[in-house]
Design a protein around this ligand. Structure first.
Ligand SMILES: *[C@@H]1O[C@H](CO)[C@@H](O)[C@H](O)[C@H]1NC(C)=O
Ligand SMILES: *[C@@H]1O[C@H](CO)[C@@H](O)[C@H](O)[C@H]1NC(C)=O
Ligand SMILES: *[C@@H]1O[C@H](CO)[C@@H](O)[C@H](O)[C@H]1NC(C)=O
Ligand SMILES: *[C@@H]1O[C@H](CO)[C@@H](O)[C@H](O)[C@H]1NC(C)=O
Ligand SMILES: *[C@@H]1O[C@H](CO)[C@@H](O)[C@H](O)[C@H]1NC(C)=O
Ligand SMILES: *[C@@H]1O[C@H](CO)[C@@H](O)[C@H](O)[C@H]1NC(C)=O
Length: 493
């Protein structure tokens, strides 16, 4: 497991070669040496494909502070000179006939400065709650604890800040935390190390991934969607399912056990209260509830940059040193006629490659994927958006969704193209649904057209129009656009 994920670490490194200051990277081939001959590292069937979720009473998931004190503290970059600090206070409620907490009863303050123990600056923010309500007999409702977001502004680049958050009037402040801001936007300075992880969940395998990730001391984390997997549970809690529909065939709606989100926030806190994490929504964040309302936990818990002109938390962009990151929403309108597409066009037009030479995009479901799982599932999104990203010369695209690793050769419109992006799937953080091991080109493993239905948007499955798979839905060997694939849990740098 360790050696598998390290092999993967190096492979991603080879694509990020230029913006990593690591001597060892010099021996690693770059995409200039490509396209590479397809390689598959098959799953070792003597290993287990997954593990159970950590229980709610696991020490890393239990609440350890008194009611009004901050917990689940997390950071997110807003701009090179501003940082979001988010946390939770109070107690979530679950049951019947519950009423929501009043978020105006407690302040949202962050005290901070450049020296440990001294906090000359204070910034105030907003607090909110959300509910997850199910109008079905026997299902329990949930109202969240109070979720706070404060934006620290006017920060200097590449500098350490010490902070405490909470409500000083109640003397309910966190202990001191520390973070470092990103380098200024510009072509010569880059974050020391960027971790990329997806489809994380909260299992024993997740623990291995996150502990490994933390030991490698990243400067920021790109989280490509599917976080807590709270929707693998019924509202009563109990045991999480590795397959929701097989375990709960009679559930009236896709239920969730929202306390898993609180457990996940606690599990992540030691890492993300010092390293900013940039998230994008996955299908496990949809979480439908009463009146067709969706995404309440995602929208309320995570703060994202607003400086980029996006008016939606579902897609946004930001800079970190010489990299411009674009995070796209696959579960909101991605059509050329929609608001996301017009925002994306405006954002790409503004990118100055002399300031941010690297253009990196991320969204949850991959466009290029040769595993059977989710094969061609988001083909409509590719057909709508690929030409625009290609036109502006996106370098790398990260996705998750498929629970395995795959790195593509540079590709455009399913044809090898030295100016196309390198696509990388890293949906293998460790979640309860287990690792994906079948390839669409394995004998008998080509999915039928009804197998992979997107949870949002249309179905645009296609048969290839040229090459060895001409006229067919699946290749009968690893496609030339797939450079390397491996079924193992892990993350990339
Ligand atoms: C997941 O964790 C289990 C239990 O620790 C382990 O046996 C298994 O090898 C791990 N799976 C993978 C794919 O790493
Ligand atoms: C949960 O909330 C819904 C919507 O308000 C309501 O219809 C339902 O009765 C509530 N359920 C319980 C158990 O209180
Ligand atoms: C629901 O809560 C309200 C206010 O907390 C209370 O007045 C009412 O009696 C409760 N209803 C039931 C069915 O418990
Ligand atoms: C986007 O366009 C497709 C057809 O190209 C359509 O099926 C889908 O409903 C549209 N989605 C939205 C959100 O408008
Ligand atoms: C992509 O390839 C398909 C099939 O060969 C072709 O019909 C389509 O026009 C191409 N799209 C672009 C944007 O080149
Ligand atoms: C697409 O390919 C499948 C087999 O991969 C074949 O059964 C089907 O007829 C093809 N469809 C078209 C329109 O060629």
């Amino acid at each position: 497991m360790q050696s598998h994920s390290m092999a993967k670490t190096y492979v991603i490194l080879s694509s990020l070669f230029f913006f990593l200051e690591m001597a060892m990277a010099k021996t690693i081939p770059t995409t200039l040496d490509g396209p590479f001959k397809p390689v598959t590292r098959r799953f070792d069937r003597s290993l287990r494909q997954g593990s159970d979720d950590l229980p709610m009473d696991h020490p890393r998931l239990t609440k350890r502070v008194p009611t009004n004190f901050p917990e689940q503290i997390a950071l997110a970059i807003s701009s090179p000179s501003s940082m979001w600090v988010s946390w939770v206070t109070g107690d979530a409620r679950i049951g019947s006939n519950i009423t929501a907490l009043d978020p105006s009863k407690i302040e949202s303050e962050v005290w901070y400065g450049e020296e440990s123990g001294k906090y000359p600056f204070v910034e105030r923010g907003v607090s909110m709650v959300y509910s997850q309500l199910y109008p079905f007999e026997g299902l329990l409702n949930y109202t969240s604890a109070i979720i706070h977001h404060v934006k620290l502004q006017g920060l200097e680049a590449r500098k350490k800040y010490y902070y405490r958050c909470g409500d000083s009037s109640l003397k309910a402040m966190s202990d001191e935390r520390i973070f470092e801001t990103m380098p200024p936007s510009g072509p010569t300075m880059y974050p020391h190390r960027i971790a990329v992880v997806g489809d994380l969940g909260l299992t024993g395998n997740t623990t291995t991934t996150i502990d490994h990730l933390a030991r490698n001391d990243p400067s920021m984390i790109l989280m490509v969607g599917d976080m807590s997997y709270a929707n693998q549970y019924l509202t009563m809690g109990g045991k999480g399912a590795s397959c929701y529909s097989c375990s709960f065939p009679n559930a009236p709606i896709r239920e969730t056990y929202q306390p898993r989100w609180d457990g996940w926030g606690r599990f992540m806190e030691p890492l993300v209260s010092r390293v900013p994490m940039m998230v994008i929504e996955g299908n496990h964040e949809i979480e439908p509830q009463v009146d067709g309302i969706t995404f309440q936990s995602y929208l309320t818990r995570f703060a994202v940059p607003l400086e980029c002109g996006s008016s939606s938390n579902f897609y946004y962009s930001f800079d970190a040193g010489g990299v411009h990151f674009i995070m796209l929403g696959a579960y909101v309108d991605y059509n050329q006629t929609g608001a996301q597409y017009s925002w994306l066009r405006r954002d790409l037009l503004k990118v100055d490659r002399t300031v941010t030479p690297w253009l990196v995009a991320a969204w949850h479901p991959p466009w290029y994927n040769s595993y059977s799982s989710h094969y061609q599932e988001f083909e409509c999104m590719r057909q709508e958006m690929e030409a625009l990203l290609y036109h502006y010369g996106v370098d790398i695209v990260f996705s998750g969704h498929v629970h395995a690793y795959e790195r593509m050769n540079r590709v455009y419109n399913y044809t090898l193209n030295p100016c196309g992006p390198v696509y990388i799937t890293v949906g293998d953080g460790g979640n309860i649904e287990r690792i994906d091991i079948d390839h669409a080109d394995d004998p008998g493993k080509c999915p039928s057209k009804s197998d992979n239905m997107p949870e949002f948007g249309g179905v645009c499955h296609l048969n290839f129009s040229s090459g060895p798979a001409k006229g067919k839905f699946c290749w009968d060997e690893q496609p030339e656009w797939s450079a390397f694939r491996e079924s193992s849990f892990g993350m990339g740098y």
